[in-house]
Write a new protein. Structure first.
Length: 249
């Protein structure tokens, strides 16, 4: 009995030491991965990297990690401009979080590739307004208009506020319309459900040069792509996904 008790104590101690060693190793690996990702993606700040699954060390031996979660604040994605104007060269994406699954890495850790990835992000309305806002557009003789505000319109819609000037007089307050937001490839599009009532008859194609806009979003980390978008209280919520995502290398 004494020998059995000793063996049990030793087993518990060794198990505890293994857990400690495993957690120390995963913490070191997370820090290293975060630094490499910051460098490879040219990020302004170090992202948060969390390696899931236990034990970590046995995953390392197998050369593949079950799941890695990456969180990046204020990621600046390339845009390539918009259809209506040159637009900003970059657009800031808030709270970009991605779950990378089946992450295989090379023996010297110089490269890592995820079999699949899903994630979410948000583009604030102030940031998206840069894609919609331009110089006032002439819609008819003596009538100009421009988008001056974007906000949550409820039920997954964007509220677009249009300020207009008719015969030299600015309308007392902006006219608003609800717009549907969608994704086509790497482009986020907003299309008004109805045309703004500016008190004058306007051709639809002319009115839509003001109300409708689009924003290209390219160069997301590792090559992940846009999947879905929906208007939300603080901005446009984006779902992203991808496969064979390059994390490092």
């Amino acid at each position: 009995m004494r020998a059995l008790r000793i063996l049990l104590i030793v087993a518990v101690i060794l198990g505890g030491l293994f857990v400690i060693a495993d957690r120390v190793a995963v913490g070191f690996a997370e820090d290293e991965a975060a630094d490499k990702l910051k460098t490879s993606e040219g990020l302004a700040s170090t992202p948060d990297v969390s390696i899931k699954g236990f034990p970590f060390l046995t995953q390392v031996v197998g050369g593949e990690l079950d799941e890695i979660e990456v969180a990046i604040q204020n990621y600046e994605a390339d845009t390539g401009g918009t259809a209506q104007n040159t637009g900003p060269d970059k657009i800031r994406i808030d709270d970009l979080t991605a779950q990378m699954r089946g992450v295989a890495f090379s023996g010297n850790y110089s490269s890592a590739t995820a079999a699949s990835a899903t994630g979410t992000a948000t583009i604030s309305y102030d940031e998206l307004l840069k894609a919609a806002k331009s110089e006032p557009v002439q819609l008819a003789s003596g009538v100009t208009a421009e988008v001056v505000g974007l906000s949550d319109g409820g039920n997954g819609k964007i509220k677009v506020e249009v300020e207009a000037t008719v015969l030299g007089a600015k309308l007392p307050q902006p006219v608003s319309v609800l717009s549907t937001v969608s994704v086509e490839g790497d482009v986020v599009r907003a299309r008004a459900d109805s045309l703004p009532n500016l008190g004058v008859q306007l051709a639809e194609d002319k009115a839509r040069t003001v109300t409708d806009f689009q924003q290209r979003i390219d160069g997301l980390p590792g090559g992940i792509k846009l999947d879905k978008v929906e208007a939300a209280p603080n901005g446009v919520d984006i779902t992203v996904k991808g496969s064979d995502i390059t994390l490092v290398g």
